[in-house]
Design a protein around this ligand. Structure first.
Ligand SMILES: O=C(O)CCC(=O)C(=O)O
Ligand SMILES: [Fe+2]
Length: 198
């Protein structure tokens, strides 16, 4: 066995003030396109509203929350749904690749280039200090933007089909991230962020 098989080992991405690592293809029992199709078809997608400065807005994407606890952010509380067998399989692959364990997953469905996610940090108190967050993407490649809070340094990472991006250490404390809208013709994309909620 090759203990340093680059195809299944996370590669660190050097960044200041945080930890970031990448795997081009998460090893899974099914092809990526099957996983994407099943996630799109089998998930109970919600079009959530968020409250920003007291005003209600529809989020420009669909989402779902699976895990043991409710998830609260931006004045919104997502009731949890149980892990499905498909989500449990993906979680097992993510836990093997990252060496951490997760009890929750947020799914986001970007139907086309008009769907997006605003800049934010995943720093809710229930994630604990220095949260480990494992982000798996299926479908169209979208650009993940990281912006350093103090220096405004910006890093752009194209998150391709089947990839795993691992965020840990002080990354959430020091950086924000998001997915911009794009005028390019892009197909559907589903992203899963595995988290551990106390
Ligand atoms: O879609 C992505 O790659 C980002 C998702 C994200 O930041 C989140 O779920 O908190
Ligand atoms: Fe996030």
């Amino acid at each position: 066995m090759d203990l340093f098989d680059s195809a299944t080992t996370l590669t660190p991405i050097p960044v200041r003030d945080g930890e970031l690592a990448w795997l081009a293809q998460l090893p899974l029992p099914w092809p990526n396109e099957i996983v994407l199709a099943r996630l799109v078809a089998e998930t109970d997608w919600r079009e959530e509203t968020v409250v920003v400065y007291g005003k209600r807005h529809l989020q420009p994407r669909l989402s779902a929350w699976h895990g043991e606890r409710a998830y609260r952010y931006s004045g919104l509380s997502l009731a949890p749904q149980p892990f499905t067998p498909l989500l449990a399989s993906i979680r097992a692959a993510v836990e093997a690749a990252t060496g951490r364990d997760y009890n929750s997953v947020l799914l986001n469905y970007y139907r086309d280039g008009r769907d997006s996610m605003g800049m934010h940090s995943d720093n809710e108190p229930e994630l604990g200090p220095d949260p480990a967050i494992a982000s798996v993407s299926f479908g169209a490649t979208r650009t993940f933007i990281l912006r350093h809070k103090a220096s405004k340094e910006t890093i752009r990472l194209p998150l391709s089909d089947g990839s795993l991006l691992f965020m840990a250490g002080a990354l959430q404390a020091n950086w924000m991230h998001g997915i911009n809208k794009t005028a390019q013709a892009v197909g559907p994309r589903v992203n899963l962020t595995f988290r551990k909620i106390d």
